[in-house]
Design a protein around this ligand. Sequence first.
Ligand code: SIN
Length: 282
Amino acid sequence: MTAHNLQLKQVTGSLGAEISGVKLNDLSNEQFDGICTAFADHSVLVFRNQDLTHDEHVAFARRFGDLEVHPIVNGMDERPEMIKMLKPAGESASFGVGWHTDNSFFAEPSMGSVVYSHVVPPHGGDTLFANQYLAYERLSDGMKRMLDGMGAVHSAKYAYTSDTAEEKYEGKTAITYKRSDSVYDEVVHPVVRTHPNTGRKALYVNPMFTIRFEDMSEEESKPLLDYLFAHCTKPEFCCRVPWDPKMVTMWDNRCVQHYAVDDYVEYERLLYRVTVNGEKPV
Ligand code: SIN
């Protein structure tokens, strides 16, 4: 399959495409346009055999928009917009372990994330993705009508204040956090958002950051949220991406959730992530 003459192979029937035959540090405008088209069509893109410096990784991501400096997770000293996602050998993974969309607790949540792998385990450490267009489209008409008018509250207050996170605030772990009042911010986003480029509707609640529906208590919200959290990551909506070294995976947080699988305790894994600013969901 091709998009603007790119070699493209879908990962599953629901989302994801692997693109070959391009070098992300040496793209023609036509190839970049093709990548944008493929990103809109497939929501998760995989590029193997890339040879990127940090500057080239950042430059590629910047073609999609301004880059974020995370308010809680520390970026690299010399490059605050880049998060060094190191999982040392012998430790459990903790970053991104659980379904989420990146930074949905921001008033303007992240558009996309662009991750480049350096060290990967011989097996395990895959990343799962779930298509939230399909999650919305496969709901009943009655459920769609009800959710279409609803808002949900997103906050980092559970994800970033657990007992295990304390060590990260104390700087004792490979990925460290800085204390920030933004942990306790609550923002309301529509439960169903419309993608600004594709015009498609996507379910926009995730178990890591969505804590309740607008104007409802957490207790009242829980049964329906639990249903939606289980629904929106059904296997039929998912793909699984195994990592090779020197591989880039990028995903669209406006219509995709992801989950870093923690099944490689004895091995190191080192990936670098930059995240592209997004817009207020509507
Ligand atoms: C994340 O960005 O949430 C983590 C992705 C991964 O480590 O696979």
